[in-house]
Design a protein around this ligand. Structure first.
Ligand code: NAG
Ligand code: NAG
Ligand code: NAG
Ligand code: NAG
Ligand code: NAG
Length: 249
């Protein structure tokens, strides 16, 4: 597995891509191997064409198409792409009820350059994010892909997801108060927990939004689904998830 060392160096210098954790460490997983195989392919391509650096040009990035395509306006302009990692929260009224969605809390990491230049790595990076805990330091980049914190996601009330670009290195995109406009089931290839996977979403900005973001898409979801019933569940609980979020103005 010597090539991991080779591309670790190349990834950092030629491609501005992250280096993998040292091979043989307990952190190594099949999702990570899949991710770094694709990184390696890109590095080989880069060597063949002289190490062209990534452009990070978001006008070239294309939103993945949902199984039931989500509406998108021609007027939307892509501003930011982030990988989100956190929990979906649920409540249970009693043992015979079904779990009710009760918001979410997540940290988002800047994946704009991946979306623009290496879109095939985006979903794979999300699956790695899903299988690992968040860094202990709330401001630390997301290992092992080294993406910077860009957004905090939470709910201000039961139907209002909020995206706050308030981290030290956040792009200046304000604070988005959104509402659900449409959804689609995730593709069959999505990474599921024992209960499935949360849907892809189309969210639009409410009038209370600070800044110019008009729409947010949640795609490439992994996990996040609650059990089908509240049997043996506590009154409130969290389910781990990851997803990619696309922000348009
Ligand atoms: C972070 O996001 C901004 C746009 O929102 C982008 O210009 C920049 O290239 C991104 N950085 C990375 C490393 O993706
Ligand atoms: C359980 O909770 C559901 C939803 O709140 C309610 O409709 C139902 O009446 C409750 N059942 C019992 C046995 O309390
Ligand atoms: C969701 O769960 C997280 C983690 O326990 C908690 O910090 C947060 O306050 C919860 N959010 C809501 C809306 O319940
Ligand atoms: C939730 O917050 C939004 C925007 O801040 C507001 O428009 C909406 O009426 C609120 N809904 C409830 C049920 O309080
Ligand atoms: C969701 O989008 C579909 C088309 O993809 C459309 O038929 C449906 O009416 C939309 N639902 C809502 C709530 O806007």
């Amino acid at each position: 597995m010597k090539y991991f060392t080779v591309f670790a160096a190349l990834a950092a210098s030629v491609m501005a891509l992250p280096a993998p954790p040292s091979h043989g460490s307990t952190e190594w997983t099949p999702a990570m191997a899949g991710y770094f195989d694709v990184v390696y392919k890109h590095i080989q391509e880069a060597r063949q064409n002289g190490g062209r650096p990534p452009t990070c040009d978001l006008s070239k990035a294309a939103l993945p198409v949902a199984p039931t395509p989500l509406p998108i306006l021609d007027s939307y302009v892509l501003e930011h792409v982030a990988i989100g990692r956190g929990t979906q929260n649920y409540t249970c009224a009693n043992a015979t009820a079904t779990p009710t969605a009760a918001g979410a809390v997540a940290r988002f990491y800047n994946a704009s350059c991946l979306a623009a230049d290496f879109p095939d790595l985006l979903g794979l990076a999300t699956n790695i994010a899903y299988e690992r805990p968040l860094p202990e330091d709330p401001l630390a980049p997301l290992g092992p892909t080294n993406m910077e914190l860009s957004t905090h996601h939470f709910f201000s009330n039961g139907t209002t997801p909020v995206f706050a670009f308030d981290a030290p290195d956040s792009p200046k995109l304000g604070r988005v108060f959104a509402q659900k406009a449409n959804d689609s089931i995730a593709p069959a290839t999505a990474v599921k927990n024992e209960n499935g996977v949360i849907p892809w979403l189309y969210l639009t900005s409410r009038s209370t939004t600070e800044g110019d973001i008009k729409a947010v898409y949640r795609v490439d979801t992994a996990g996040g689904s609650p059990p089908a019933t509240c049997k043996d569940q506590p009154a409130s609980f969290n389910v781990d998830y990851a997803a990619v979020y696309w922000f348009y103005k």
